[in-house]
Ligand binder design. Structure first.
Ligand code: 5RP
Length: 236
């Protein structure tokens, strides 16, 4: 099977988890594109009634074209289920996202969702995170100084570019990728990154996912993550 066939397989399966009346967070990326196509078919053929909350302009446009009613995150009371892709998932169900430069909106939608599902082909599963470069969304103002600080800390930063131009997110920020190779303590790194002024959000998604669907050549596997402490219950 090709990688695209694996992505379509998990995308189609994930779409079957969506029930009538749900508010559904719609992730971003090539795997999610298959899932949104499948949802569009269910809306057209079965009359499935849902509201989609997209995590990028790309996904919003696709959803609208397929006739999926789209609302922004602040227009809905809650999100029942978010289905998104991922760039790397370790054996503890921690993930790296942001390969498509959408991790800021993806994280906001994820932490406001009752359940989170990730859909990936088998190449995304890894014993340890870090061989996929860790994306940071950064404010352009002062980003060169931030870059120097990250480099001085040995984090091997690189501004993401496309055809010689810095990539801009939907919020018109830059992306810096950290070429770490491996991350020994994801929680410690997340704490460090959370403290750096100018980083709007990093691509470590820790204790976020509930269910992962992995596409293998012999079929999809549905994996349930352990229950985690509810970060929404943390008091100020
Ligand atoms: C976008 C993301 C995507 O979910 C991630 O990059 C996976 O994309 P794809 O399904 O195309 O491999 O985090 O910011």
């Amino acid at each position: 099977m090709t990688q695209d066939e694996l992505k379509k397989m998990v995308g189609d399966l994930a779409a079957t988890y969506v029930k009538d009346g749900m508010v559904v967070g719609l992730g971003t990326g090539s795997t999610v594109k298959f899932m949104v196509d499948a949802l569009g078919r269910r809306v057209a053929e079965e009359g499935l009634k849902i509201i989609g909350v997209p995590t990028s302009d790309r996904t919003a446009e696709q959803g609208r074209q397929l006739g999926i009613p789209i609302k922004s995150i602040d227009e809905v009371a809650q999100i029942d289920l978010t289905i998104d892709g991922a760039d790397q998932i370790d054996t503890d169900f921690q993930g790296i996202k942001g390969g498509g430069a959408a991790h800021l909106f993806e994280k906001i939608v994820a932490i406001n969702s009752k359940r989170n599902m990730w859909i990936v082909d088998q190449s995304k599963m890894a014993p340890q995170l870090g061989s996929f470069p860790l994306p940071l969304e950064v404010i352009p103002y002062g980003s060169q100084q931030l870059f120097k600080r990250l480099a001085a800390n040995g984090l091997k930063p690189a501004f993401r570019e496309n055809a010689g131009q810095r990539v801009l997110t939907d919020s018109k920020n830059y992306v810096i990728d950290l070429h770490l190779g491996k991350i020994d303590d994801v929680f410690q790194l997340a704490r460090y990154l959370n403290q750096q002024v100018g980083i709007v959000e990093h691509g470590l998604f820790l204790n976020v996912v509930n269910t992962v669907i992995v596409g293998y050549a012999d079929g999809p596997k549905v994996l349930d993550a352990p229950e985690r402490p509810d970060y929404r219950a943390i008091k100020a």
